[in-house]
Design a protein around this ligand. Structure first.
Ligand code: ATP
Length: 432
């Protein structure tokens, strides 16, 4: 789930057009988000992305339209030698410019192919065609050179058009080393960018959205926000563009203070922090250890905990207590509890947590039991009903939670694991 809240006051707008029928049918378009993120980090704005099949006339139309709106246009893909590589031709036609054959470029292409002992088909000459007035961009990896063209605009910054090859390994160095510095110089000179991601757990996206409305409904100049939810957590992105590094830092500090005032009790970390890494830091600081008894998450919590390097300092292990028999034999859940309250109950969660804590000697015992579906739900205990149990740190201390996590087996399991980690984190974290 993703929602753009505001993209206020970023200076220039850049558009991207990705070319390739496969991007509309079988392959995921990954260049768009890569380029969009890198532009944002440089104070530029990807204002629109279009994906077009390998169809010259469709591409020509899209290029004409985009050039009517944007400051810079980046095209990715379709620079190969084959019949379906139509980007050069389409852009030249959209601009009413000729394609010029550059023998020197072809010599470079020939040398590269010869190095790989490849035959050099005549059609590779197409890769040495450059739009009139464009500068070729050397391709250090593959054969197709890129191209960049600047068009003067009266009383405005010039317009830039760049053609980049489709393979990421070829596109990325060209983009990072040649195009991005040039775009930054032309359209974002003297701008300073700071970004931060605040990671929240235990709060629904809609609630976070409401609590953060004070910031997002009336963004300050140069500040933009994005809220993204998934896998049981909410990420709130803040991007600041300012005219000095100091102003950008001050504006970000101001945003940070406002975020913490609004939702601080649910922020478990920033930047690269994950629930499991933040939990690891909190447990380490306390000198506490943790063990888990997992039913419906089937080991998912253990998987997340052990994905953190150094987790052996605080994570002792656990039981995948899926069958009732295992809940009883390995975690000491009483058959009477299973008979009266059932396996999906607060009582069972409590006994699982206490049992695994006892069995391992951990400071904290964490348990999850629920109905992940799609079958097995009843009116009283529907799919998505999950109980968490936490035992410790003191003897006899315990806490249970009831969650309603909607439908979708994978989503329920992921959200249950995230909620369980969040429960332990709130217990282990020093109170603010
Ligand atoms: P080549 O010389 O390899 O033919 P090209 O410039 O013609 O280069 P394409 O054929 O369009 O490049 O793409 C090459 C590969 O890169 C393909 O596998 C394509 O799916 C992939 N690719 C192209 N654009 C994107 C994109 N936007 N996102 C992800 N993959 C992409």
């Amino acid at each position: 789930v993703s929602k753009k809240i505001s993209r206020a006051a970023l200076p220039a707008n850049v558009e991207i057009v990705c070319v390739g029928s496969e991007l509309l049918e079988t392959n995921v378009n990954t260049h768009e988000r890569y380029i969009g993120g890198r532009l944002r980090d440089s104070g530029l704005r990807l204002s629109r992305g279009t994906t077009v099949p390998d169809d010259e006339s469709a591409l020509r139309g899209v290029v004409r339209e985009a050039l009517g709106r944007c400051d810079a246009l980046i095209l990715c893909g379709g620079l190969g030698p084959t019949f379906d590589d139509v980007t050069r031709e389409a852009v030249a036609a959209a601009l009413g410019r000729k394609l010029v054959y550059k023998p020197a470029l072809f010599s470079v292409i020939k040398r590269k192919l010869a190095r790989h002992r490849m035959a050099i088909p005549e059609r590779n000459k197409r890769q040495a065609l450059v739009i009139e007035g464009a500068r070729p961009l050397a391709n250090g990896v593959g054969s197709a050179p890129g191209q960049v063209l600047t068009l003067a605009r009266r009383g405005r910054t010039p317009q830039t058009i760049a053609l980049l090859p489709g393979p990421f390994a070829e596109l990325s160095p060209m983009f990072e080393e040649r195009l991005l510095p040039a775009l930054k110089k032309t359209y974002a000179r003297g701008t300073h960018v700071r970004t931060e991601v605040f990671r929240l757990q235990g709060m629904a996206e809609s609630v976070a959205d409401e609590k953060l409305a004070g910031l997002t409904r009336a963004p300050r100049p140069g500040v933009s926000y994005t809220i993204l939810a998934g896998s049981g957590q909410v990420d709130f992105h803040v991007a600041v563009v300012a005219s000095s590094a100091k102003a950008a830092a001050a504006e970000l500090a101001r945003a940070r203070a406002a975020v913490m005032r609004a939702v601080g009790s649910h922020v478990f970390g920033t930047g690269a922090a994950s629930l499991e890494s933040s939990l690891g830091a909190a447990l380490t600081a306390r000198g506490w250890t943790l063990a888990v008894a997992e039913s419906c998450t089937g080991g998912g919590i253990g998987e997340r905990l052990t994905s953190v390097a150094g987790s052996s300092r605080y994570f002792l292990g656990g039981v995948i207590a899926y069958a009732n028999d295992v809940k009883t034999k390995l975690c000491g859940v009483s058959p009477a509890t299973l008979a009266s309250a059932g396996a999906v109950s607060a009582e069972c969660a409590r006994e699982l947590a206490e049992g695994v804590r006892r069995a391992t000697g951990a400071t904290l015992g964490l348990a999850v039991t629920g109905i992940a579906g799609p079958g097995g739900g009843t009116a009283a205990k529907p799919v998505g009903l999950v109980y968490l149990g936490l035992a410790g740190p003191g003897a006899g201390e315990h806490e249970e939670r009831e969650l309603r996590l909607g439908t979708g087996r994978a989503s329920i399991r992921q959200r249950a694991a995230a909620a369980a980690l969040g429960l332990v984190l709130r217990r282990a974290r020093p109170r603010a």
